[in-house]
Design a protein around this ligand. Structure first.
Ligand SMILES: [Mg+2]
Length: 123
């Protein structure tokens, strides 16, 4: 069964770009959310193998969404995706249980290798 990924990002063009990378790599998209609250709801509903989580979003940011998802499911595999200049969030994200941290703009291979690495833990 292919790895199913939940994409959480407020920018629709970013979600589309990530979806294309995911589908071209043979993974599946479990869902798309545009803020942290939707991300939590879809996590509970779809139980994705991996979450790709933006940080800066309206309603609820990715750090708080990460914290709540890991609180709900300590085995959650969440990869944070942040813009350049947000590296100060790395330590907090790791403390809250993020499994990896990708800096935008990213190359497609970076997403694919992070997903493979993080998903392997569950196998
Ligand atoms: Mg954003």
């Amino acid at each position: 069964m292919s790895i199913r990924i939940l994409v959480v990002d407020d920018l629709s063009f970013m979600r589309t770009a990530i979806r294309e990378i995911i589908e071209a790599s043979g993974f599946g998209v479990a869902g798309e959310a545009e803020n942290g609250v939707e991300g939590i709801m879809l996590y509970r509903e779809r139980r994705p193998d991996v979450v790709l989580m933006d940080i800066t979003m309206p309603v609820m940011d990715g750090i708080e969404s990460l914290r709540r998802i890991v609180d709900y499911d300590p085995k959650a595999r969440v990869i944070m995706c942040s813009a350049l200049g947000q590296q100060e969030y790395i330590i907090r994200a790791i403390q809250y249980g993020a499994r990896d941290f990708i800096v935008k703009p990213f190359r497609p291979e970076r997403i694919v290798s992070a997903v493979r690495k993080v998903a392997k833990v569950r196998e």
